[in-house]
Write a protein that binds this ligand. Structure first.
Ligand SMILES: NC(=O)c1ccc[n+]([C@@H]2O[C@H](COP(=O)([O-])OP(=O)(O)OC[C@H]3O[C@@H](n4cnc5c(N)ncnc54)[C@H](O)[C@@H]3O)[C@@H](O)[C@H]2O)c1
Length: 330
């Protein structure tokens, strides 16, 4: 049981926010808040979730919404999330990821609400071969314009906790895949390319990720909401056997789709080669554990795209219309 009944969930039309809503729509009253920006799909809306369109970087709109809804807590998934786009233009990332989080924090603090900030393993930077798995005490060392905005948001929120007593809990999720991920990200993009018979552009330098299934990410965030300690961060990562090189995962995708070509392209600027972290604290304190191993994570993800080709076609068209054919991934 939880003392939180009504939640404002930001970013509910995006990938992980929508999974959270699909999975917890019977456990909570959910009010979704999204400005329907890049990466969002109106088709992602979970049944029974109220669909509010506002920009969290607009302080007055955030305040008015919270006055009306009177939630028990806020779960903040909303963010500009794609590293390649941040490399091209980072200003929207500062706006959504930092100013948006600040507006939520100020309102949460004044109303005595819990704020769950959904952050990322990318705040730790790049792990080498010799690096011990990151814990929540490892230094933050972001290396690209996306991860620096996520780190800035975390530090701001922790400073608000220290200064004003904000009830904030932070989750640092690993590289996540699953249904409803916009096809600018590696796995849906590979399925989309393979189905359309165009080569998938893979960065030349092999990079490793810990591949987390989206439902496991969502359950980690939900556990942090209920059981997280104020002012603490929790790594949400799959087991160590879920670490794999991107090219290995793309090969699994190709096998499942049945055909496909891969073309090597230059790495993105500032490319991180490894994120390597331990979720021991979440397992102990939140009693959270991932349910999917690497194979089932990839299989469930690819199956969903194969069974939802209309969604993938729409998302692919939306992406191409907004940006022209993207060239990179990872
Ligand atoms: N995808 C991953 O692998 C991963 C891993 C760890 C953490 N995260 C974090 O999880 C969260 C969700 O990521 P995602 O992959 O679902 O991203 P996404 O891009 O699919 O979804 C983000 C959603 O936020 C909305 N949004 C952005 N700025 C907004 C604003 N100013 N006001 C209102 N809505 C806004 C977008 O319209 C979109 O629907 C992000 O905070 C991201 O940093 C993602």
């Amino acid at each position: 049981m939880t003392k939180y009944r009504k939640l404002v969930v930001t970013g509910h039309l995006g990938f992980i926010g929508s999974a959270f809503c699909w999975n917890y729509r019977d456990s909570y009253t959910l009010v979704g808040v999204d400005f329907a920006g890049w990466g969002s799909m109106k088709e992602n809306l979970a049944p029974g979730v109220r669909d509010v369109r506002i920009d969290i970087a607009e302080a007055d709109d955030v305040r008015a919404l919270l006055d009306e809804v009177k939630p028990d807590a806020i779960v903040n998934f909303a963010a500009e999330s794609h590293v390649d786009r941040a490399v091209d233009q980072d200003l929207p990332f500062w706006r959504s990821n930092v100013m948006g989080a600040r507006n939520l924090a100020i309102e949460a603090q004044q109303r005595g609400l819990r704020l769950v900030q959904v952050s990322t393993d990318e705040v730790y930077g790049d792990a080498t071969e010799a690096t011990e798995a990151w814990t929540e005490r490892s230094p933050m060392a972001p290396r690209n314009p996306y991860s620096v905005t996520k780190t800035a948001a975390e530090m701001m929120l922790l400073a608000y906790e220290n200064t004003y007593g904000l009830d904030v809990v932070i989750t640092r999720g690993a590289n996540t895949i699953g249904p409803r991920q916009f096809p600018e990200k590696a796995v849906p993009k590979a399925v989309d390319h393979f189905l359309r018979g165009s080569p998938f552009p893979l960065f030349r330098t092999p990079a490793r990720r810990m591949w987390l299934y989206v439902d496991d990410h969502a359950s980690g965030v939900e556990a942090a909401l209920r059981k997280g300690r104020k002012g603490e961060a929790y790594n949400i990562a799959p087991g160590i056997k879920s670490e794999a090189y991107t090219h290995e995962v793309i090969a699994m995708v190709k096998e499942q789709v049945g055909n496909g070509e891969i073309e090597e392209v230059d790495d993105r600027k500032g490319y991180d080669l490894r994120y390597w972290m331990s979720a021991e604290k979440a397992q102990k304190e939140l009693e959270w554990a991932p349910e999917h191993d690497l194979r089932s994570t990839v299989q469930h993800s690819v199956n969903w795209y194969l069974e939802n080709r209309e969604w993938l076609g729409k998302a692919g068209a939306q992406l191409r219309e907004a940006s022209g054919e993207p060239t990179v991934s990872g």
